[in-house]
Design a protein around this ligand. Structure first.
Ligand code: XMP
Length: 529
């Protein structure tokens, strides 16, 4: 398939994945690569356009990330953003200097050009708000460039050489605070680069199924199914492609949310909609006995991870050698494990790390390797996976093991499962009520991005009827976050919290107090352990 492609050249900025996601939202496929990618490789990519990202450096300093002039002479449109804009101007003979003051935050920009048909700012009003974050500024445009926008402090907020298709934007169109950011990126990729918008999830599913068939042939594929979005979508795709040649092993470690094991089985098991071999391993007792007496969080994580490998290894042995081991790796995993450029390696949580070392297989197959999370979800819907599964909130690999502070026991798992079930039920009801009263297509502002009940290791005195109790306290956590790296406690309406509290106390044996966790991240983490 000849997919139209844009390259996002990474200069170490914090929004690089966001740039790529916004391009994909224009139905244009794009990939992120390090600025160290050689020009010959770039030529081979048959690109429709190139976007240079922001970055933390000053382009005129020695040793700062740069690219040779050739990049701008390929006849391919190039859009430089922030550092990328400065670099483009610097390399092509303009001037970049340090400003007296940093321009940061929402800024009013005055559009001076590029508003005609197929211009970068077509459809953008004469005055609009953008997100700025820079110390350096372009004091003189490169020869051939016209100023397309300015701000009160910045003479060149955007410049372009429309003949050559070269554009430099000082602000960040990829950030939502830039009011017309989506339109500007759309204008670049769809009009200036001339992409037709052939990146769609329905065709992705269709093409990937064909590719899997061609690659796998008559081979056998093994997949560790966790019930999370990524492995479920991978299972759906593989099943549609190769049916019973796929075996999914689902390990129920007894640390899942209430009913979750059965829900996974309902979708992928023999009574479900997919044609595959489904093996459910009920390893609850094994995990509980390994975890008995263990209180330290990292130790618990390690035991849970290692035990998963042991259980999976045993199952894999029963199946015998397979041709492929499938994994639900997605694009952010690929990017975050390092492009060899400036971007920091961020990811520290690995769910099934080490699995390939213990299974007898010839090759790894990763059908979601090029997708962002929202694209994985769309692919899941295309495959007919239940919405509840597709829009599931993140759930840590070690599961409830890290939501029970201190030692894990079957009894504590029951308590936290029941409390969490009530919490989720009440949040869903409150969100539904809000939708009915407001906008069915929207969600309330307080709707958390992740929420759950955890079991503190604290027991305290209470009174129930006429009796004294000495029971556990449940902590409710709910956060608003974009990237899960920072988070704020969600402002769940008090009456919802009260309802949750009273139901938990009344319905969950062993609990006599409920706390709401107000801590942001940092200093807290999202999980309690
Ligand atoms: P923290 O607690 O680090 O969580 O603020 C950030 C996000 O990562 C999830 N998380 C984990 N995911 N294995 C995982 O797969 C883990 O050990 C783990 N610990 C935290 C957490 O649910 C949140 O979404």
């Amino acid at each position: 398939m000849t997919q139209e492609k844009i390259l996002v050249l990474d200069f170490g900025g914090q929004y690089n994945q966001l740039v790529a996601r916004r391009v994909r939202e224009c139905n244009v496929y794009c990939e992120i690569a390090s600025y160290k990618t050689p020009i010959d490789k770039i030529k081979e990519m048959k690109l429709k356009g190139i976007i240079l990202t922001g970055g933390p450096n000053s382009c005129y300093e020695e040793g700062a990330p740069t690219y040779s002039k050739e990049l701008f002479e390929l006849g391919i449109p190039v859009l430089g953003l922030c550092y990328g804009a400065q670099l483009m101007s610097h390399v092509l003979g303009g001037k970049v200097e340090r400003a007296a003051n940093r321009e940061y935050g929402k800024t009013k920009v005055y559009v001076d050009g590029g508003t005609g048909k197929n211009g970068l700012f077509e459809g953008v009003p004469a005055e609009t708000v953008v997100w700025m974050s820079h110390f350096d500024y372009i004091s003189k445009t490169a020869p051939g460039f016209k100023i397309l926008a300015h701000t009160d402090n910045c003479p060149v907020a955007a410049a372009g050489d429309s003949e050559k298709g070269l554009y430099a934007i000082q602000f960040h169109p990829e950030v939502l605070h830039t009011e017309k950011g989506k339109e500007i990126l759309f204008n670049f990729v769809r009009k200036i680069c001339g992409c037709s918008g052939d990146w769609r999830m329905d065709s992705f599913v269709e093409t990937t199924i064909k590719e899997i068939r061609a690659k796998v042939g008559n081979g056998r594929v093994l997949l560790a199914l966790s019930g999370g979005v990524d492995s479920s979508v991978a299972a759906g795709l593989l099943s549609r492609a190769i049916g019973k040649q796929l075996t999914c092993v689902f390990v129920d470690h007894g640390l899942l949310r209430k009913n979750e094991g059965d829900e996974v089985e309902a979708v992928f098991g023999p009574k479900g909609q997919f044609d595959l071999n489904f093996i459910r391993v009920n390893a609850q007792e094994r995990y509980y006995s390994k975890l008995a007496g263990v209180e330290e969080p990292e130790r618990k994580r390690k035991i849970i991870g290692e035990e998963f490998i042991r259980v999976f290894e045993e199952e894999a042995k029963k199946i015998g050698a397979v041709d492929f081991l499938a994994q639900g790796t997605i694009y952010p995993d690929v990017v975050e494990s390092g492009l060899g450029g400036e971007s920091a390696v961020i990811k520290s949580h690995h769910n099934v790390g080490g699995l390939p070392d213990f299974v007898d297989f010839k090759e790894i197959i990763e059908p979601l390797r090029n997708l962002f999370k929202d694209e994985v979800r769309k692919a899941g819907l295309e495959l007919g996976l239940p919405e509840k599964l597709v829009f599931r909130q993140p759930f840590p690999g070690p599961g409830l093991g890290i939501r029970i502070i201190g030692e894990v026991t079957a009894e504590k798992v029951r308590i936290v499962q029941d409390a969490d079930f009530i919490y989720r039920d009440e949040i869903a009801k409150a969100a539904e009520k809000w939708k009915q009263e407001n906008d069915p297509a929207d969600s309330p502002a307080w709707m958390p991005d992740q929420y759950f009940a955890a079991l503190t290791n604290m027991r305290s005195v209470g009174v129930m009827g006429d009796e004294r109790t000495y029971d556990y306290a449940v902590a409710l956590r709910a956060v608003k976050t974009i990237d899960f790296m920072t988070a704020e406690a969600a402002e769940i309406p008090f009456e919802v919290l009260q309802k949750v509290m009273s139901r938990i106390i009344n319905e969950v044996r062993g609990v006599n107090r409920v706390f709401y966790d107000l801590t942001s991240k940092p200093p807290g983490t999202i999980e309690l352990e």
